[in-house]
Design a protein around this ligand. Structure first.
Ligand code: UDP
Length: 249
């Protein structure tokens, strides 16, 4: 594994060269970071759980016609993906106020938003991923108008699907972050969903008691992060026995 060429190392994942041109291997680490990496910890088993949860969600999305970079899971921590050019935006969809929208606009956490809201953040660690408007995105050529239209439509479609999918297993989808990429297919360029969808990138609350089943457990020092992620996986039917997540491939 270490002999493979490393293409990129992020906070929670590593990208390696794939077996064929146009493919990459996405490796899920156990590292947890928050507040622009000022807070860091290793949480045993997190990478394994996120690999499985993201595989499950990407597979469901592919099946309803949402184009994604996901090809297949390879083992406990790795998946084969299509190589894309990442659009430098974090696309956040919100259904319920929490996190930065609560702070920025003074909306109490837990308040249901009048409609789903899509926000864009410019992916730039040095600047702390600032929120930006469509005006900035097109003026600075981070994405074209057509790409933004595609991203907006895909983000809302993904939100509708995932809201229902989680509701069916007693989980509220509060908000989540998406990343998109450009997939080059000959003359064609397609906008596809990239990165991951996991409890690291979503806020997920237990519908029974609003207990947090996501990375806020780490951000807010609540503990029990891998247990919460395993609960999400179990409810989605990914593991019959959640303990198996830590041993099987
Ligand atoms: N999010 C993420 N990566 C980031 C920033 C946010 O995955 O770099 C997710 C976060 O987990 C939440 C949603 O995007 O589900 C909205 O996050 P928010 O803007 O409230 O920021 P935060 O409170 O995480 O600083």
């Amino acid at each position: 594994m270490s002999r493979r060429k490393k293409i990129y190392e992020g906070k929670a994942k590593i990208l390696y060269e794939g077996p064929e041109p146009g493919t990459l291997i996405q490796y899920f680490k156990d590292d947890a970071t928050a507040f622009n990496a000022q807070k860091h910890a290793i949480i045993e088993g997190k990478g394994v759980l996120n690999n499985r949860i993201s595989e499950f969600i990407m597979t469901q999305l592919n099946a309803i016609g949402v184009p994604t970079h996901f090809i297949r899971r390879l083992n406990m921590r790795e998946q084969l993906i299509r190589e894309v050019e990442i659009i430098p935006l974090e696309v956040v969809v919100r259904n319920v106020a929490a996190g930065s929208i609560s702070k920025r606009l003074g909306i109490p956490e837990g308040e249901i938003l009048p409609r789903s809201i899509v926000e864009f953040y410019y992916k730039n660690d040095a600047l702390g991923d600032p929120i930006v408007a469509e005006e900035h995105i097109t003026a600075f050529n981070w994405a074209a108008t057509q790409e933004l239209d595609d991203i907006m439509a895909l983000a809302l479609r993904i939100n509708d699907y995932l809201t229902g999918m989680f509701a069916a297993v007693g989980i509220r989808l509060i908000d989540f972050k998406l990343e998109f990429g450009r997939l080059f297919e000959g003359e064609l360029v397609r906008t596809v969903l990239a990165d991951e969808i996991s409890p690291d990138s979503c806020r997920l609350w237990d519908a029974r008691d609003n207990n947090k089943l996501d990375k806020d457990r780490f951000r807010q020092d609540l503990g029990g992060l891998s247990e919460a992620y395993a609960e999400v996986a179990k409810r989605l039917g990914i593991f019959k026995d959640p303990n198996i997540a830590l041993v099987e491939s």
